[in-house]
Design a protein. Structure first.
Length: 519
């Protein structure tokens, strides 16, 4: 068996499919994957033929019925080992000499008659132990790499599980010791995870508390608090990250404009104070000149001596009036500019509040995001409790969205999301609410709507999508979705009802997609 990791084998398999110019069918993929991984090639699983055999097998006793059920279970999962074990065990429940025990001619079965309670348990095989080893490898990334003793014990455990010379008893003992150690490591990682979340929440709360006057920060902090609330998922974190980056950019731009306006106001006030100081100084100089003129007039003995003094007084007064008028105009202009700047500051703060509120909306589709959905749910639940009216909620997921993204590109995938949101809004009532739940999933809140009417509403939306094709350039593409609908039960939270709708949506996917199921 290959020592490569499963993801490495999968990547090499895709390369080989391309190099060998093979169609990317499941059969070709499995054949090359087994070849690279060193797994024995298993022929095509004849599911239909095996099911015919199951139907032909009698089920007259409880033991036969049980083994036939196990055989059907193994066939559904295409498990050859399970089929083999079920058939071997089934033979133990066929009495010797009975009609059921004569597969050909009249030759009796050579197996010993077993009681109906006897079960044939297959021995633990090397392949089973190797599967346990792979399972351990899959969970290792979630356990961290800080504990050196645990790493060494893991290496020893994996080596023993893959060594056919190690007896089963030793392997079982090692597994028991390893599972005990594993429980401590898992508890440590869970505690680290919870402690980091608490630290993040503490940081977010402190940022909001340190800047109570900055209302625009609330949108960011609330979005981050929502993103870091369990249960976490990569898709949820990615959605919040790109949306938050857009909001931060807008807030930074608006904040820079606010700072510029504040600096302008500061410079204007400094000029105003400087001008008042100059005006006061000029007034003092003119006052001194007028006092000097008054003294000269008192000392004058003739009109000839008074005339030049009067001329100087008139000139001084004229200059005082001119400068006062200029100062008045300048101060008036400053006051008007201050009014305009104040209005600009008010406008900028409103802009910051607006972009902060965008943290409640999905910037791509214009629908509510998870934060906005939580607020809408709270409002609807309040109405339900007050009026005792039915509330249904649907969770819909676009079918084959990854294939659409891979074939047409992410920009077309974004356009497809917009197309669905647009058609959904056109089909919804004014009181209904549409929110993007994450990725290609949307939630629709349907107040005053019982379950059967909610299913009808989603079915109408599906029919409308068949009439309004999504255009990818000149190509018409039919967008379909699978949906689950749940009606809120007494004492149930909104998210619990959405989770039930999510389970129904998953069953709709399994049932063939492009359908609506009730929870």
């Amino acid at each position: 068996m290959s020592d490569k990791k499963p993801f490495e084998i999968a990547r090499e398999t895709l390369k080989q499919l391309t190099a060998r110019k093979l169609a990317p069918t499941p059969l070709n993929y499995q054949s090359i994957y087994n070849e690279i991984a060193g797994i024995p090639q298993v022929p095509h699983f004849p599911m239909d033929n095996l099911r015919e055999i199951v139907r032909a097998l009698p089920a007259k006793t409880p033991g036969q019925q049980k083994q036939r059920g196990l055989l059907e279970y193994a066939i559904d999962r295409m498990n050859w080992e399970g089929v083999k074990a079920a058939l071997v065990s089934y033979g133990s429940f066929v009495p010797v000499g009975s009609a059921d025990a004569q597969p050909s001619g009249n030759a009796p079965l050579t197996s010993t008659v077993a009681s109906e309670t006897t079960m044939v348990v297959p021995a633990l095989t090397a392949e089973f132990m190797a599967q346990i080893a792979r399972l351990i490898e899959y969970v290792l990334p979630a356990l961290g790499t800080d504990d050196e003793r645990f790493k060494e014990q893991t290496t020893t455990m994996l080596k023993a599980l893959r060594d056919p010379t190690v007896d089963v008893a030793t392997q079982k003992l090692m597994l028991a010791n390893y599972s005990h150690r594993l429980s401590f490591v898992a508890e440590d990682q869970a505690e680290i995870h919870n402690s980091l979340l608490k630290l993040l929440h503490l940081v977010f709360e402190n940022i909001a508390d340190l800047s109570p006057e900055e209302q625009w920060l609330k949108g960011q902090m609330e979005a981050l608090m929502t993103a870091s609330a369990p249960p976490l998922s990569l898709r949820r974190l990615d959605d919040v990250e790109w949306r938050l980056k857009d909001v931060i950019f807008k807030q930074k731009e608006a904040k820079e404009r606010t700072v510029a306006a504040q600096n302008e106001m500061r410079d204007m006030l400094a000029s105003f104070i400087e001008r008042l100081s100059d005006m006061t100084q000029s007034t003092g100089i003119y006052h001194d000149k007028l006092e000097e003129s008054a003294r000269l007039i008192e000392q004058a003995k003739s009109m000839a001596e008074i005339a030049p003094v009067l001329k100087d007084v008139v000139g001084t007064t004229s200059r005082m009036a001119s400068e006062s008028l200029a100062t008045r105009d300048e101060l008036s202009a400053m006051r008007e500019q201050a009014t305009r700047t104040e209005a600009e500051l008010v406008k900028l703060h409103k802009e910051l509040d607006r972009v902060s509120s965008e943290a409640r909306h999905d910037s791509l589709t214009g629908t509510l995001n998870r934060k906005g959905l939580d607020e809408a749910l709270e409002r609807e639940l309040s109405t339900v409790r007050r009026k005792e009216t039915p509330l249904s909620m649907a969770l819909l997921d676009i079918d084959n969205f990854k294939k659409l993204n891979d074939s047409l590109g992410h920009s077309m995938g974004d356009n497809a999301l917009n197309h669905l949101a647009t058609v959904a809004r056109d089909c919804m009532r004014p009181q209904d609410t549409l929110a993007r739940f994450g990725g290609e999933e949307f939630v629709v809140l349907l107040p005053d709507t019982p379950l059967d009417k909610g299913i009808e509403a989603m079915t109408r939306l599906q029919r409308e999508l068949t009439k309004r094709f999504f255009l990818a350039g000149a190509e018409k593409i039919l967008i379909t979705f699978s949906a689950g609908v749940a009606q809120l039960n007494d004492g149930e939270t909104g998210m619990e009802a959405i989770r039930r709708a999510d389970q129904a949506m998953y069953l709709a996917k399994r049932a063939g997609k492009n359908r609506v199921l009730g929870a």
